[in-house]
Design a protein. Structure first.
Length: 326
């Protein structure tokens, strides 16, 4: 008997029949940066991604909805920053206004909100700081609760805390339940590495820390035991979905987390992963469209139930094209 694996690769029909991982438009979540400025401006380190004015947010969202993308994650760029990131907890804050506008036009679109303070504070750290410039956990947890409730009041479907503050899920679940928001899900950025691949995002969100870095709260890239511990704690505290971030350098982490937790796992293909493919494609060194599909398929194969990606629009267009050709 000859064992020839290429027999099943001989033609497209056979290849499709034995396909193990198939990327779908339902797997994609598009991040959106909303701003008070009235000009739509491209983010230099993320070509094709924009700061979107609140005034026209529904127009932008309409394009996504027309393509069949059914979920977004919102990031706000406030008009001004302060020590405690007050715009983040304000019912009339940038994100809160954006949620209301979007929900008014597209009630069925799933609106996820990033819950953090780094874009909103002068110091650029993810929580409220004490006199020594370190995260004040108790005060940060109180402010997180306020932020989450203001997002819920505005109509968010899912809240996604990304600040890596211990017990954030416990506190957030508690305040949601006590406020009549049992139905709002928590997508925890449980496994967030201290990664250099966030560089372009920090330009986009103006959220680079003014002093120090995030190594005292994000995970060291070489550690996986710690990642599993974080995932387990957050699941036990009530997270509905666990996120691993970044995605491509951490496929083993996605895989192991998926095998350990009972809840769905999300992966975030971050700004630096986007920028790499974009830059190499601009130089003609990579085929952008093929790399988009291959990277997202790999992330799904590793175990992600869905992927937050700046390529959501391009990938949706490509998936449509590929399925028309099949
Ligand atoms: C923090 C946050 C970050 C990203 C998402 N939420 C930045 C950070 O931790 O420094 C990064 C996303 C990306 O790089 O695309 N609010």
């Amino acid at each position: 008997m000859s064992k020839l694996p290429t027999r099943l690769r001989r033609n497209p029909v056979l290849r499709q029949l034995v396909e193990e991982t198939c990327l779908s438009i339902n797997d994609l979540v598009q991040p959106i940066f909303v701003t008070y400025s009235n000009e739509k401006t491209e983010i230099p380190s993320m070509p094709g991604q924009y700061h979107i004015p609140l005034d026209v947010i529904e127009k932008e969202v309409e394009q996504l909805v027309d393509l069949g993308i059914s979920a977004i994650i919102l990031f706000g760029i406030p008009a001004s920053k302060d020590e405690k990131g007050l715009d983040a907890i304000n019912d009339k804050g940038i994100v809160q206004q954006a949620i209301r506008k979007i929900k008014q036009h597209f009630p069925d679109l799933l609106v996820i909100t990033d819950v953090c303070f780094c874009q909103y504070t002068i110091h650029g750290h993810c929580g409220i700081l004490d006199d020594k410039g370190l995260i004040n956990r108790k005060e940060s947890l109180e402010y997180l609760q306020k932020q989450v409730i203001s997002h819920a009041n505005a109509g968010a479907d899912v809240v996604a805390p990304s600040c890596m503050i211990d017990e954030m899920i416990k506190y957030i679940r508690k305040v949601l339940d006590n406020s009549g928001y049992e139905d709002i899900s928590i997508l925890s950025y449980a496994v967030k590495y201290a990664s250099s691949f966030y560089g372009p995002f920090r330009d986009a969100a103006h959220s680079t820390p003014k002093h120090g870095d995030r190594q005292s709260y994000q995970i060291y890239p070489g550690n996986i035991q710690e990642a599993l511990k974080e995932a387990k704690i957050d699941e036990d505290e009530g997270a509905d979905i666990i996120m691993v971030k970044p995605a491509l350098p951490y496929l083993d982490v996605i895989h192991q987390v998926k095998n350990m937790v009972q809840c769905p796992v999300a992966a975030y293909q971050v700004s630096g992963e986007y920028a790499m493919i974009k830059a190499a494609s601009e130089k003609g060194w990579l085929d952008e469209n093929k790399c988009i599909i291959e990277s997202l398929t790999g992330i799904k194969r590793a175990g992600a139930n869905f992927i937050i990606t700046y390529f959501a629009i391009s990938a949706a267009q490509l998936i449509k094209k590929i399925s028309n050709e099949k």
